[in-house]
Write a protein that binds this ligand. Structure first.
Ligand SMILES: *Cc1c(COP(=O)(O)O)cnc(C)c1O
Length: 381
């Protein structure tokens, strides 16, 4: 039986040629393909700076470090995300709180966040991590206003949303992760995401101070600028002024990312066309598509389904490997058992009870999609 997964990379001859070329070049890491990928990605997203890193989780960790997260800090995020969105705060010794979602979109609910922030004394929270769940672009503008009012930073987890956009209050189109409102945004190049590097990640920002800090932290914290080295002793000198990590991307991965980026818009259009076909098929049931927007990037196509578990099992028996995104982070043992907080997020739990991500990737054919749609209809008839 043919397996239809929920997400899948596509590798072309051009991708293979780009990687082969990188393998034959002088630098396998730390070479020119990193800077080329960063520049092209920043251009695509519309951000001033981009920093390529080893994966999306490393991007989150370095972002939390650059934003100064430490013991005693409290940060708000959504339970409807991959656990890495929350873990990055814990890596730095900070505490995570969860605010509930808007059930229409699955996104962190701005009003719930504002109510939480305003129910505590000033300085209780240090930052917010909104997530562009499924590829639905978070409107970052109100979050910015709230952040400015309460002296908070904003880190956008845009792993699902390269190429997504929304329109701000001035009628300007804003791309997710472009740095217009958030201090930092992060992306992942895991093969199920829009752009595949095998493993890979990117941080985008318009802030030069954060950009320079991220460059240091990505490479152990090594300072090589003679002017900034106290005991400069010659060309070999470097200094360590901050404790960073080796979170570098390789040139081999950057070559693949750069090549994949050339097809980003084409693949995004294909994802939107697949979503429109699902929308039309389910307009009158038997399942309910999660709300979407014009600038949605459709990393996932999420439906809300009655008898979700039985549907999941039925689809698997037909070779359709739909997936559940996500088990709410606050219910995972690490958060549930090790932290004393009790989080009041019933809408996230209700969403989890019904959500299912259907196959969604650019190379999914119309025949395969029709097979998925027919299987869902057959299950409910
Ligand atoms: C994939 C993903 C991550 C982590 O990215 P990796 O590259 O797998 O480390 C973080 N947040 C979200 C929302 C993701 O989907």
């Amino acid at each position: 039986m043919k397996i239809i997964p929920y997400g899948k990379q596509s590798i072309t001859e051009a991708d293979i040629a780009a990687v082969t070329e990188a393998l034959q070049a002088d630098f396998l890491t730390g070479g020119p393909r990193i800077a080329a990928f960063e520049e092209a990605f920043a251009g695509y997203i519309g951000a001033r700076y981009a920093v390529a890193v080893a994966n999306g989780t490393a991007a989150l960790h370095l972002s939390a470090m650059a934003l100064g997260v430490g013991p005693g800090h409290r940060v708000l995020t959504t339970p409807m995300t991959f656990s890495a969105s929350a873990n990055c705060v814990r890596y730095c010794g900070g505490e995570i709180d969860f605010a509930d979602i808007d059930p229409a979109t699955g996104l962190l609910d701005f009003t719930a966040v504002r109510n939480l922030v305003e129910s505590f004394p000033p300085g209780y929270y240090q930052g917010i991590i909104p997530v562009d769940y499924a590829g639905y672009p978070v409107d970052m503008e109100p979050f910015r206003a709230l952040a400015d009012e309460h002296d908070l930073w904003l880190l956008e987890d845009a792993c699902h949303a390269p190429g997504a956009s929304y329109v701000d209050s001035k009628g300007q189109k804003q791309r997710s992760g472009n740095g217009a409102f958030a201090d930092l945004a992060i992306f992942s190049f895991h093969p199920v995401k829009h752009i595949a590097c095998g493993e890979g990640g990117m941080i985008t920002t318009n802030r030069k101070d954060l950009y320079e800090k991220l460059l240091l932290l990505r490479n152990h914290g090594l300072e090589r600028d003679p002017a900034k080295i106290p005991n400069y002793d010659g060309g070999w000198s470097y200094d360590l002024q901050e404790l960073g990590y080796n979170y570098r991307l390789t040139d081999i991965q950057a070559a693949l990312g750069l090549s994949q980026l050339q097809r980003a818009e084409e693949n995004l259009a294909r994802r939107r066309a697949i979503a429109a076909r699902y929308d039309a098929a389910f307009a009158a049931g038997p399942v309910r598509p999660l709300g979407s927007s014009e600038g949605h990037a459709f990393h996932l196509y999420v439906i809300l389904a009655e008898a979700r578990k039985a549907l999941y099992e039925y689809l698997r028996s037909k070779g359709i490997f739909a997936q559940v995104h996500y088990i709410p982070v606050h219910t995972l043992s690490y958060y549930h058992l090790s932290l004393p907080e009790v989080w009041n997020v019933p809408l996230s739990e209700a969403h989890y009870a019904q959500c299912l991500s259907l196959p969604m990737y650019p190379t999914l054919t119309e025949e395969e999609q029709d097979y998925v749609i027919e299987a869902i209809r057959a299950f409910y008839s």
